[in-house]
Ligand binder design. Structure first.
Ligand code: SF4
Ligand code: SF4
Length: 95
């Protein structure tokens, strides 16, 4: 069965360059370097990404999450929220 890319339903990391109005505006993020962090988080003076695009989860390395299937996210969608200076996937569920 073909997988579709899970959307980022909301992200409250407003200081991220890709965030506008609690939505992520890059094409796809990567999650999971060591814990369920958004590894695409980027702090910059200017905003980036594209306003008409809502981001998805391109890849996830968080193998301790029950939604992780073959290093991809199989959730319907995820939400991201601040965690010690960056963003974490809050849809993470331990195995
Ligand atoms: S922290 Fe991650 S999910 Fe949130 S806006 Fe930035 S790149 Fe997107
Ligand atoms: S829900 Fe799980 S598999 Fe999906 S991005 Fe979050 S941590 Fe990764």
């Amino acid at each position: 069965m073909a997988m579709s890319m899970p959307k980022i339903l909301s992200c409250s990391v407003q200081e991220c360059a890709y965030n506008n109005n609690n939505q992520c505006h890059t094409l796809a993020i990567t999650v999971g370097s060591g814990h369920p962090s958004c590894d695409t988080f980027f702090k910059a003076q200017t905003k980036g990404g594209s306003e008409d695009m809502i981001g998805g989860v391109g890849a996830c390395r968080e193998q301790d999450c029950r939604f992780n299937k073959a290093l991809e996210c199989s959730a319907q969608g995820i939400s991201v929220a601040p965690h010690s200076g960056h963003g974490d996937c809050r849809t993470f569920k331990a195995l």
